[in-house]
Design a protein around this ligand. Structure first.
Ligand code: ZN
Length: 434
């Protein structure tokens, strides 16, 4: 498939999503460095991404932006000078963030720096050492077992120097300042489902949203996992009040059923919307309670922020056998799965765009309904008792966080009726449309 395919709108959407993954796959990414920059500059061809650089050493809450890691080459040679492990064949061969090294060592010393998967002997593991200075190589276990007791030459041509942490951000202003946030991590090297599938689906979604008028504003961030999310949060704390809801996108290209991990609050608008849309599209799925482990929803749902942000994936984090191994490659993901994931995300956006959000203008206690003639307004209706209840539900839940659909669902009334009553309350000035 040609590089141009990724931008060519005449190709089916699944093919376009896959083509972008294919294009990004060979790049050796990490939490900092040129691999991240190259990835972001490719995304910039598709969307109006702003690339931000935060200097190493910058304090971000309890963390510090690390040094910049760049790597050019790495290998292990046997006594005869044959390269038996070569970074240029697969960038997972290097322990990500390895310090530079060059020298001859014996097998026992070498083994202290080798990482394998004894239970999956043909796969290369993906390992990192961001916050502890180290060097190492990752290789299939069967190859490890064949290593002879002799001398090996190891070479890692890398640099760990003060530089920057790079991330990409796209803000698409809508009619309202209220935002929906989408985030994907961009720190994994050649892994397809875990990393690239989320990047690709969000890029496609951003491309669509930047070309249309929207009710909500949308923010897309492409950030290195954990440290990137923490850096973004530290630098954008003031903007967080506008975030209505959001999703962390990852693992969207494999054959697994959809999995939604709820926000920490567990009852937010996003939690409601994802459930509704999954049911409506009749996708088999699983909904999980929040746990403080997984992707960057951990950071967005930290107690001080507690945002309405969940994690929507296909297979669950860490559960498929190829996870964090060389098996998570372009054969694991399929255009049709990426496409279904895109349509799901798109349907979620559609739900937000087509819902009405009200704010109760008299939220301090129940407003006095009698003096506004509201009992008379509904009195003549055959279902006036029901309408009275709907009125109370609307007044109570119109906090800007609940859509009319959400209120109807919670109250257990038909949406048409809820809409009708909301119009009466709006006319009387009790509810204001956001
Ligand atoms: Zn991962």
């Amino acid at each position: 498939m040609s590089k141009a395919t990724g931008q060519n709108k005449t190709f089916p959407i699944g093919e376009r999503l896959f083509a972008l993954c294919e294009r990004l796959f060979p790049i050796c990414r990490s939490i900092t460095g040129d691999g991240v920059r190259e990835t972001l500059s490719i995304l910039k061809e598709y969307i109006n991404l702003e690339i931000k650089e935060v200097a190493s050493g910058t304090s971000v809450f309890d963390w510090v932006v690390p040094k910049e890691w760049n790597i050019r080459d790495a290998w292990i040679k046997d006594e005869q000078g044959n390269k038996i492990v070569d970074f240029k064949n697969n960038n997972l061969h290097i322990l990500n963030f390895s310090s530079p090294v060059h020298g001859k060592i014996d097998l026992a010393t070498l083994k202290d720096h080798l990482y394998t998967l004894p239970d999956q002997p043909v796969l290369i593991p993906y390992r990192t050492s961001y916050y502890k200075k180290n060097w190492g190589f990752c290789l299939p276990h069967y190859q490890y077992e064949q290593l002879e007791n002799s001398t090996y030459e190891v070479y890692i041509d890398s640099t760990l120097e003060p530089g920057y942490l790079s991330y990409g951000e796209l803000y698409i202003p809508g009619e309202s300042e209220r935002e929906i946030l989408f985030s994907a991590h961009i720190c994994h090297p050649s892994l397809a489902n875990d990393n690239l599938s989320g990047i690709s689906v969000l890029t496609q979604l951003a491309q669509k949203l930047q070309e249309q008028r929207n009710q909500f504003s949308y923010r897309f961030i492409f950030i290195p996992g954990t440290i990137g999310a923490i850096t973004w949060l530290a630098q954008n704390e003031k903007k967080l009040k506008n975030i209505h809801a959001g999703l962390v996108a990852s693992l969207l290209g494999d054959a697994g059923n959809f999995t939604y991990k709820k926000s920490r609050r567990g009852n937010t608008e996003m939690d409601f919307v994802v459930r509704q849309v999954l049911q409506k599209l009749k996708h088999p799925h699983e909904i999980l309670e929040f746990i403080p482990y997984g992707y960057d929803e951990r950071q967005f749902c930290a107690p001080a922020f507690n945002l309405a942000i969940g994690n929507l994936t296909r297979s669950q984090f860490g559960t498929y056998p190829e996870y964090h191994t060389s098996g998570d490659n372009l054969q694991l993901i399929k255009p049709k799965y990426l496409e279904a994931s895109f349509h799901l995300y798109d349907a979620i956006v559609h739900f937000f765009e087509n819902n009405i959000y009200f704010k109760n203008q008299y939220p301090k206690g129940e407003p006095q309904l009698g003096k506004r003639g509201l009992y008379d307004a509904i009195g003549g209706n055959s279902d006036s008792k029901k309408m009275q209840m709907v009125m109370l539900w609307l007044l109570n839940l119109s906090d800007g966080q609940h859509s009319l659909s959400h209120i109807a669902h919670k109250a257990g009334y038909d949406l048409t009726l809820v809409k009708k009553v909301s119009e009466i309350l709006e006319e009387k000035g009790l509810l204001k449309r956001l």
